[in-house]
Design a protein around this ligand. Structure first.
Ligand SMILES: [Zn+2]
Length: 1085
């Protein structure tokens, strides 16, 4: 009983346990310990572990087992206690090895295989020892697998606890992959499957669910190795699991078996390379100064273990990464540093982009000259590039990109018939501006007969504009929706409800592909690389036809899997072998009323809003011709989950399936499906031309200029919008030239078409005759670059430019050749800065694939330092709080906007984005990224609805309006303005009581079904080891002798009272202290 002086009751007890030599004393101590630990919480056990409890139990076990006549009176309670304590001690395996207890317990098990109660106790201890892989290996080497497996019996009604303990111990041994491979080599997989089947077949009254779950858990462990997965498949595991699981579905009590079984099947599904010739994009583009195959060095698909984007801009963000570590804490890097990255003399070239500052407006009374000068740059650029640059563009040549030929096989008289076929657009909408008479007159007749009036859209102008667009593939076809136009539908579209177990249903269908192949067709029906498979009507009367060789189109391949199911493969970004998300394709040849299942099988991101109510969009030519020219949200049974495909190149990454089912309205319609509302480059150019023509040149100064040419020779437009001066008097000219600048950009990421719709709303509002718009034009000079990545948009990229780089990662040091649009936008901003006209506001419009609502990211030095926990005293740092004003206004006036989603933190990983670089290097206080959801809103009046183009355009309008609040004190108030903008002008500056949020917090609850399937720990939940052990301890089913039972009575009061009390107090007080919690002692008295 001699314990070190000063030690508490627990130490005394532990010391007694190891040194007491007699059974009686040991038993008393064990009883007290068990009583103490059972009554309290886990914290008591952890306290005991911290005092050497595990070692004491192990030592006592070894000493007792090695004496001449080991007594199970002592060994059994020791094993029980060891299981409970070891279960909470991460180091138990290591400690067991040190005390030589590992093989000793294995021996005890061998000696007691016929004694179920003792065997169970040994098995639990083996299970907890295996929390250390090396311990599991040690046991595996000593035939542990064999000994344990023998105790897993086929169906029985006896000793169920022991059988389950054996399954759990075997599962624990398989934590070691070495053991896993041994188990596979020894043929245990086949036996496990037989056992599973046996328990399934004989469990008529569903009493053995825990054992069946345990067997599934065990097979999950097996499936952690490729040998295990292969063995499970080879031994018929998929079929067995599939068949048995089908019977579960009808029985509610078996629900807890379904999910583990489904996940196990997903895990075992043999990996199949995506059926394409190469992971690389079908489109490549020779980059200046780089070897033709230079882009092969592209890193390929990101490791799928990294998570999806928070969109501003790391494409695959790891959500587990400590966000705080990413915050910039270097004050020097948080201070503005307006200092050009290039010689000042190079900035002179940007003078031309400020025509409003140099125009003398002597022509103010005659609009003719304005018209003439308008678009001057754009036109001359177009001529230049067509004469020169085009030829070096691509093997196809840019100038031939638009087919000018007329299909003479389809005379005009057949218009009506062809309207209902896919050939409709192919034959009649070739976007030629100078095609022959018959052809264009046909388009005219169509438009006359069916054309709808879509504001700011003109199909003829679109077709001629598109003929100037330079694509790598040399597009000769226009997609009908872009040509014809789109109007938002009248009805608002709610988010799709997720049907229960939709993923499970889809996964079952996927697994059936492997098991029953009778209905599997597996026929390629579209292939971007095979001209014979590009929408020809012959040869496949029972298939849908697909097509995507048009602007912004992205579909690489379509495979008919079953009669009404298609696998779709997206094309990688040009010059790359990654970045799959955006899709846009045409589908035709359908039968009305039949559900078609589509699976986009090479998605990259770890999750999708499609699991939370988002639907793709669909456009029907037939509907459009009947006056409903709408992109509508479409698709049912939508689910997004990790699949069994892998890249062909063998990279260690994974793909996800986006599956949705579409039931078409009309037979043999021509429909278009897209990830989001398409908005092409030709759309933008058409809109700009229409806007230019729509404004009153005496009131609105509108200039469309070429900022620069892109790599492919397309124009990157810069638009200037402001009010013409009231007169050509010096005072009015002076007022104009002193208006602050607002610089807006969008669509640096081509897949974010929502950003273009928001920008369209902004531009149309700024050109409108709304009094707020008039005031805005009088208050500001707007410089808008509506599409920073034209080449990416044109060629159907999701993320990058032709250089396979994310342009929003190039702002720190943009390359003038490879990233010209960024290089010149930044140069232009430097120029404005150098002439003392640093923009008042900069905003880059984006789309966000993980979140709902619309929100801003801004930059605040102080908020960043606070959030990062920096010790820097921010009181001495000065910061203008104006960066919050716009978000506060938008929260009030824009229904889709959510202040709570905004964030003003500067992250290291975002150091090269537009927002951070423009803030820091150009010195723009209000520098933002505006993120718009692809899905919808979870707040405000749009709560529960998906956003349409109307809502996106409204957001663009509201953003413009919010800018007025920054100039409230200097604008002219007319009664018309006050009437129209009271909500805006009534604003007060009360700080909204919102806290800035961590932008990387996922705003979604966990997906109702597992997207991944690699981890099985969650499936099997907390271990119920304690309960099992307790039952075993008090068990009377085994005959251990009367005497022993008396001794194991837990209510032992034979220990000196002082010792018991002392121990209790120590446990209570110490654990209370270390956890800062008061643990009640009431259980002990
Ligand atoms: Zn983006």
């Amino acid at each position: 009983m001699a314990a070190p002086s000063g030690s508490g009751g627990v130490e005394v007890l532990l010391n007694t346990l190891q040194t007491a030599g007699d059974n009686e004393s040991m038993l008393k101590v064990l009883n007290v310990l068990d009583e103490l630990l059972s009554a309290g919480t886990d914290r008591r056990i952890h306290y005991m572990i911290s005092k050497g409890g595990s070692e004491a139990l192990l030592t006592a076990l070894v000493n007792s087992a090695r004496c001449h006549t080991p007594s199970y009176t002592i060994l059994l309670p020791l094993l029980h206690l060891l299981a409970k304590v070891g279960h909470r001690d991460r180091q138990i395996g290591v400690k067991a090895e040190k005390t030589d207890a590992v093989l000793l317990v294995l021996d005890l098990l061998r000696q007691n295989v016929t004694n179920p109660r003792r065997a169970a106790a040994c098995l639990w201890v083996i299970q907890v020892f295996c929390s250390s892989v090396t311990t599991a290996v040690l046991m595996g080497r000593n035939r542990g697998l064999y000994v344990v497996f023998k105790l897993i019996s086929s169906h029985t009604t006896k000793h169920l606890r022991t059988v389950k303990a054996a399954v759990d111990a075997f599962t624990a041994l398989l934590r070691s992959k070495v053991n896993c491979r041994t188990a596979v080599a020894k043929g245990y997989v086949s036996d496990l499957l037989k056992l599973y089947e046996d328990w399934h077949n004989n469990d008529a009254s569903f009493e053995n669910i825990p054992i069946r779950r345990a067997l599934l858990h065990c097979m999950h462990r097996v499936a952690n190795t490729s040998a295990g997965r292969e063995a499970l498949v080879a031994e018929g595991g998929m079929s067995l699991l599939f068949q048995t699981t089908q019977t579960f579905l009808t029985v509610k009590t078996l629900e807890s078996l379904v999910e583990p079984a489904v996940q196990l099947m997903r895990k075992c599904y043999p990996k199949v390379p995506i059926p394409v010739t190469s992971d690389k994009s079908v489109y490549s583009f020779p980059l200046p100064g780089r070897p033709v195959d230079g882009w092969v060095a592209d890193l390929g698909p990101y490791d799928g273990s990294l998570e999806d984007d928070s969109d501003e801009d790391t494409e695959n963000e790891d959500p587990d990464k400590d966000y705080e570590d990413d915050l910039e804490t270097d004050v020097n890097k948080l201070r503005p540093r307006p200092e050009p990255d290039r010689p000042l003399e190079q900035l002179g070239q940007y003078v031309r982009l400020c025509p409003e500052l140099h125009h003398d407006f002597q022509d103010l009374d005659s609009s003719s000259e304005l018209d003439e000068s308008s678009d001057e740059d754009e036109n001359s650029r177009g001529r230049r590039s067509q004469a020169g640059k085009g030829e070096s563009l691509s093997p196809n040549g840019s100038d031939s990109s638009i087919s000018l030929g007329v299909d003479d096989k389809n005379p005009g008289s057949e218009v009506e018939r062809h309207l209902q076929t896919r050939d409709f657009q192919k034959h009649y909408l070739n976007c030629s501006e100078n095609s022959q008479e018959g052809h264009s007159s046909m388009v005219d007749r169509l438009l006359e007969k069916y054309g709808t009036c879509i504001p700011n859209h003109d199909p003829r102008l679109y077709a001629s504009t598109a003929s100037d667009t330079k694509s790598i593939a040399g597009y000769s076809i226009l997609a009908f929706p872009d040509f014809w136009g789109h109007l938002p539908p009248q009805i608002q579209e709610p988010m799709a409800k997720r049907p229960p177990h939709v993923q499970r249903k889809k996964v079952f269908e996927d697994i059936q592909r492997l098991l029953s192949t009778e209905d599997i067709i597996n026929k390629d029906v579209f292939d971007l690389e095979d001209p014979s498979l590009q929408g020809s009507t012959e040869g496949c009367p029972n298939s849908l036809r697909f097509f995507s060789k048009f602007e912004s189109g992205n579909l690489r391949k379509a495979i008919q899997v079953r009669s009404h199911e298609y696998d779709l493969i997206l094309n990688a970004d040009v010059n790359s072998s990654a970045h799959y998300q955006w899709f846009y394709f045409e589908v035709s040849g359908m039968v009305a009323g039949v559900p078609y299942r589509f699976n986009v099988i090479n998605c990259e991101k770890g999750n999708s809003q499609c699991n939370y109510g988002m639907q793709p969009v669909l456009y029907s030519v037939r509907e459009a011709l009947e006056g409903r020219a709408h992109w509508v949200r479409s698709g049912s049974e939508i689910s997004y989950y990790r699949n069994h495909f892998c890249p062909g190149g063998g990279q260690n990454s994974q793909f996800y399936t986006l599956t949705f089912t579409v039931t078409f309205l009309h037979d043999d319609d021509v429909c278009y499906l897209a990830y989001h509302y398409p908005y092409t480059y030709s759309n933008l150019q058409t809109h700009l031309k229409m806007l230019e023509n729509s404004v009153d040149p005496r009131k609105v100064f509108f200039r469309r200029q070429n900022l620069c040419d892109t790599l492919a020779g397309n124009s990157c437009s810069l638009v200037t919008i402001t009010a013409c001066p009231a007169s050509k008097a010096w005072k009015d000219l002076h007022q104009l030239r002193n208006r602050p600048c607002v610089v807006l950009t969008a669509r640096v990421h081509p897949g974010e078409s929502n950003a273009s719709w928001v920008m369209k709303g902004t531009l149309e509002f700024l050109c409108s005759d709304d009094p707020v718009a008039e005031s805005l034009r009088e208050a500001y000079i707007f410089k808008v670059i509506p599409m920073l990545n034209p080449d990416g948009v044109i060629n159907g990229n999701n993320r990058c430019s032709l250089s396979a780089e994310d342009l929003n990662r190039q702002w720190l040091k943009p390359d003038p050749i490879l990233s010209p649009t960024i290089y010149h936008t930044k140069g232009f901003l430097y120029y404005l800065n150098s002439i003392g006209r640093t923009p008042l506001v900069f905003c880059d419009y984006h789309g966000h694939s993980r979140k709902k609502n619309v929100f801003l990211y801004g930059c605040s030095m102080k908020e960043t330092l606070w959030q990062s926990g920096s010790t820097i005293n921010t009181a001495s740092l000065k910061e203008d709080p104006g960066y919050r004003t716009i978000a506060k206004t938008l929260d009030r006036i824009a229904p889709a906007f959510s202040f709570n989603n905004c964030n003003y933190l500067v992250e290291k990983s975002r150091a090269s984005t537009a927002r951070v670089v423009v803030w820091r290097e150009i010195g723009v206080l209000r520098s933002f990224t505006m993120e718009s959801t692809y899905n919808g809103c979870n707040q405000g009046i749009y709560k529960g609805l998906q956003t349409g183009t109307r809502e996106l355009e409204e957001m663009g309008m509201k953003f413009s309006q919010s800018l007025l609040t920054l100039r409230r004190n200097s604008i002219q108030y007319s009664s018309r303005l006050i009437h129209n903008a009271s909500a805006l002008l009534d604003l007060d500056d009360r700080l909204l009581d919102h806290k800035s949020n961590n932008c990387f917090e996922d705003d979604e609850p966990p997906c109702p079904e597992e997207i991944q399937y690699s981890s099985c720990t969650d499936l099997f939940g907390a271990n119920d080891l304690d309960t099992e052990v307790n039952v075993n301890m008090s068990s009377i089913e085994e005959d251990e002798g009367k005497n022993e039972r008396r001794l194991t009575d837990r209510k032992s009061q034979q220990l000196p009272h002082f010792l018991q009390q002392d121990a209790m107090e120590t446990l209570s007080i110490k654990s209370g202290q270390c956890n800062n919690m008061d643990i009640s002692n009431r259980y002990f008295y």
